[in-house]
Design a binder for this molecule. Structure first.
Ligand code: PAF
Length: 282
């Protein structure tokens, strides 16, 4: 079967209507510029579903800075080619809206806000960002109506927020979080990595190495907290390095044992985002 690429909402809706109820639909929302991280989500969807929908849309609502939106790489033809190469016999539908109004109504006044999760940690540095994400993901879920939707756990806070939105609004979809894909060096794959110089790449290793070291060496809650404080004090490149409860990103207490460390490390003009999940003993 050939890949179908729709640029208009109406065509997508028509195609969706013609899919029989019993078919399992997987959905991967993306902003394009696909890399191995996205590919691993698409592969998982192939394994678990009959039909895979992929959206490619650089969502203006989630950029708090115009400059960031403008420099976001747009590579639609390459993205489609990449999907074509990996699709095998799988049925794939790509939604690459021709304009934002194919997804977001003009004069949109409604937003989905998962609060206070939207305003903490990454949300502090990027006001409005998560509201932009949840709003567009809501519209996309309404259009595609998938059984499963796939997100990378590199954006751990996004993953937690989307799960909360889906649960609060009782949307009938399973949100699947998949492990972060990495370069050999350990650097998490991201469209923003292409803005790093080779010198930056070396400095960037600090991020992953620090997280791995914390996980390896600190198995007690209080030791972890103390060490994190020290690390932040000694290197101003940390935008944040936060120990949280993994399930809901609440400030953890010593009775929680499933934790996550969320981090942003600044290298050159890039904010590198990563995290590590840790199980601590009491
Ligand atoms: O993670 C992303 O690429 C985006 O935030 C998403 C989920 C596609 C929404 O625009």
């Amino acid at each position: 079967v050939d890949i179908k690429v729709f640029t208009h909402k109406k065509d997508l809706q028509n195609a969706r209507k013609n899919i029989r109820e019993e078919k399992k639909i997987g959905f991967i929302p993306t902003m394009g510029n696909l890399h191995e991280g996205h590919i691993s989500l698409i592969r998982e969807s192939f394994n678990q579903n009959d039909i895979t929908f992929i959206s490619i849309f650089v969502n203006p609502l989630q950029f708090d800075q115009d400059s960031d939106l403008k420099r976001y790489p747009k590579t639609l033809q390459e993205d489609i080619k990449l999907i074509e190469q990996m699709k095998g016999n799988h049925e794939v539908i790509i939604f690459a809206p021709e304009s934002a109004h194919e997804i977001l109504p003009q004069n949109l006044q409604t937003q989905i806000c998962v609060s206070p999760l939207n305003n903490m940690i990454e949300g502090l540095s990027r006001p409005g960002h998560f509201n932009g994400v949840t709003t567009v993901v809501y519209f996309l879920l309404q259009l595609v109506k998938p059984r499963n939707a796939y997100f990378g756990k590199k954006d751990f806070q996004q993953f937690v927020i989307i799960k909360k939105m889906v649960s609060d609004l009782d949307i009938d979809v399973t949100i699947q979080g998949l492990e972060t894909q990495r370069e050999k060096s350990g650097l998490a794959l991201s469209s923003r990595n292409q803005f790093l110089t080779s010198q930056d790449h070396i400095i960037a290793l600090n991020l992953r190495n620090t997280l791995l070291q914390l996980k390896r060496e600190f198995t007690q809650f209080h030791d972890l907290q103390k060490k994190i404080k020290d690390i932040k004090k000694n290197d101003s490149s940390w935008d944040y390095l936060e120990l949280r409860r993994a399930s809901d990103l609440a400030t953890p207490s010593h009775s929680d044992n499933q934790l996550v460390i969320l981090a942003v490390y600044k290298v050159g003009s890039v904010r590198l985002l990563d995290n590590i999940e840790i199980t601590v003993s009491q």
